[in-house]
Write a protein that binds this ligand. Sequence first.
Ligand code: CMP
Length: 136
Amino acid sequence: TPARTLVLVKPDGVARGLVGEVISRLEAKGLRLVAVELRTLSRETAEEHYAEHREKPFFGSLVEFITGGPLVALVAEGPRAVEAFRALAGATDPVKAAPGTIRGDFALEVQNNIVHGSDSDESAAREIALFFPHLG
Ligand code: CMP
């Protein structure tokens, strides 16, 4: 079966009206939508999603940000989906992200960087099970 990745259009991306732009780009690339949902994360879900960052100095701020408004969670499928979406997203720090990438084109701050994409197939499996248990 083709690989899958979890993508979040974060609250900053939803507030700025960039949901369609992100979905257009990943569909144009050839990734296929498997699930899409607008939702506001609970603190518990946010902390579980970002568990690997629990000890980071920005963790508290990150949880406030990601729970601060509705986001769009989606699952995209296709060959090397994790790597393919990360290439579309660009570097985590939007100032370093290449123009032509989502972060490179639309963001300036490392926290408010419009999108999240799973960073490995293992993370994708964990994150997809968290957001869309019926796909597990
Ligand atoms: P994401 O790819 O979702 O993974 C972790 C998130 O933490 C990242 O995008 C940013 O939103 C945020 N982040 C990463 N590094 C920093 C940082 N140095 N300061 C603030 N937020 C960060």
